[in-house]
Every structure is written in C-alpha cells, then in structure tokens.
Design a protein around this ligand. Sequence first.
Ligand code: NAG
Ligand code: NAG
Length: 394
Amino acid sequence: MRMRGRRLLPIVLSLLIIILLCISYFSNHLHESSSSSSSSEESDEFLVHLPDGESEATTVANGPQAGPLLNLTDFAYLLPSNVCRSADKELLAVLIVTSYGGHDSLRAAHRQAIPQSKLAEMGLQRIFLLAALPKRERFLTQAQLVSEQTRFGDLLQGNFIEDYRNLSYKHVMGLRWAATECERRAKFIIKLDDDIIYDVFHLRRYLESLEVSQPTLATSNTLLAGYVLDAKPPIRLRANKWFVTRQEYPHALYPAYLSGWLYITNVPTAARLVAEAERLPIFWIDDTWLTGVVRQQLGIPLKRHNDWFSPNSENLDCCVRDLKMHNFECEYSVGPNGADAKLLIEFLHNVEKCYFDECIKRPPGKSLKQTCVAAVKHPVPEHGVAQVKALKLR
Ligand SMILES: *[C@@H]1O[C@H](CO)[C@@H](O)[C@H](O)[C@H]1NC(C)=O
Ligand SMILES: *[C@@H]1O[C@H](CO)[C@@H](O)[C@H](O)[C@H]1NC(C)=O
C-alpha cells in the first residue's frame, strides 16, 4: 500500500500539472481569439468605470469591432469593415457615406457611378454607414444586406436602429471607424450623404493640392472643410422636423457648423472629435453637433468652400446637359440628387473628361445662372431658423 502510494504521488502530481497547464493554455487561447478582432475590447470594459478624463484619451483607441458607442453600451457591428486595413498602400482618402439601410438602389448608383476598383486606382476607398433595419422596413432584409456585403464588401453596419434621430450615432460610428481603422492608412476622410452628388475628381485634385500647398493644415488635427453654415437659432416650432427642445439644446444660437451633405476632415481631427463627443451630452442633429458644438469645444476653425455647393439638383442637371453638348466645366462640385439616383451616374460619367483637360470654361453670358432655370427645391439644409426678411405690405 505504502509503496504504491509513493509511486502514484509523482504521477498524480505531474498529471495535475499537465491538466493545469492545458487549462491555462486553452483559456488564454480562447481569450485571444475572442478579442483578436478588437485590440482593446477588454480594456474598454475597465475604461467604462474610469473617470471621464481618463477614458477620453483612450476611447480613440477603441477596437473597431466593439466597445460602447457614446451611451450605447451594447454597441456592436452587425457588418464590420476592413476596407482600410486591406488597402495595399496608403490611401489619399476614405469616403464614409451615410446611407439608410433600405437605400440599396442609391448605393448601387454610387457603385455604378464609380466602382470601388476605380476609386482604388485614385487612392480612394468608400464605405456606406448603415444601422439596423427598423421593423417598418418592408423592402429589404438583413439577409439581403449580408449578401450585399459579400458581393461588394463596402458596408459598415452598427446594431442601433435606423432613424434620423439616431444619425449622431451613425456619424460618430463612421468617424471613429475611420480614425482607428484608417490611422496611418488614409490621409483624409470625406464624409457625405448617400443622396448627394459629388465630383470625386475635383475632390481628389483638391486634396492633392492641399497636401502640397498647405501640408501643415493637411496633417493637422484641425482640418474641417466644407459648406459653412453660420450661427443660427434652433427651431423651436413643434411642427418642424428639426424642432429642438430647450432641454436638448439650451442655447440661443447654434455654433457655425458644416453641412453634413459633404465635408472633409482627416484622421487626427476625427479622432479628436470622437473623443470630445464621448464626453459631451449627445445632441441628435448630427452635423450641427459634431462639426458645430463638439468642434467649437475644441476650438477648431472651419474652412469655407461654400462655392463648391449647389443648393439644388437642377444646376447639376444643367451641368450634365452642358457637359454633353458643349464640354462646359461645371461651376459646382457638390449638390443634392433631387431624388434622382441616376443623376450621380450621369454627372460623374460626364464630368470626368474635364480632368483630362477636355472641358472649357463657360463663355461670358452662358453662366448657369443665365442658362439654367433652377428652382431651389432643396436648399442646403440648415437646421436653424433662416433670417426672415420682413415683407413690406402696401
Ligand atoms: C443616450 O442619450 C440620449 C440623449 O441624452 C438619450 O435620449 C438616450 O435615451 C440615451 N440612451 C441610452 C441607451 O442610454
Ligand atoms: C435609436 O437606436 C436605439 C438603439 O438601437 C433604439 O433603442 C432607439 O429606438 C433608436 N431611436 C429611434 C428614435 O428609433
């Protein structure tokens, strides 16, 4: 008995050690694989309990696959994106396009207007920012979005529900993704909406020239350029879509901000905006909040390019007509599509030749103002009250 006990003891002990080693190996291994997609998933959980000041510096480093988004503690990606990570060289810019999940035909128009392969040749990449389809969505299912992603790989979808009152989440999701995933991989970020027409060739040329003419600004953490909307009072009329309560926004004026139609920023600036947004109370009008309130808090100036923007789609329609017939350059580079998804395709296909020097300046007397009867159907969206001029009644 004694002899057997003595012989068994070392065997049992070494078995125990082997089992313990196995357990610790597998638990480590499991832990690694569950968090390998997100470098700081675990530390995020600790950060939640840290005081504000401490989490500020680290939220920017949030893994792209998870981690709370503003106050959405259960935020996760339904469809993640590795578009920046898989680019084989540094990108000039990544385009983040706010898109309603159900707008698959608008996304198709963007891809037809300029496919990802052609964007890649220009040093660009594009992703569409989506949220979860609401119950009322009748035409598109999540399964269809999954197959859209399989086919094109250009979607980034969060798990919060699509709603215009949730656009601030989507906007921050896009900026955070770009700031983390595209760090040292893309020089600039272009944010736009899916119903916007934009001259991507003009934007590319502008960014390339900005790198040369203003290298300090181009790489600074204070780059915000686009259509500047100057300070306006919030709309306090309940019937308006952009009605804002004093609880939501207590001040008399919004700060100046950039129209969310399209604006340009870069990775260091986006990282600062996201970090500051995490500290401030959320406000649901996304462009006013991020490029207005949050930006002002950081003291970032706005770079005004209002002359790029057409307030209506008719001007761009006329531009397409004149490009086809006379090779006239278009005065505008950005504008709304006027609910015509095909206009983006027509516009980009026709404006491209101007970048091969095949276009001419409009001759005097042939300006768009004089030749295009444009009704202002969609003024550049202002979420504040426009100055009302008193009418003289007689
Ligand atoms: C997040 O904050 C917004 C704005 O203050 C609030 O309306 C919303 O209920 C909050 N959501 C969560 C999940 O806490
Ligand atoms: C915004 O998203 C949250 C999280 O999914 C959801 O609970 C909420 O209902 C959404 N807001 C609106 C106005 O749909």
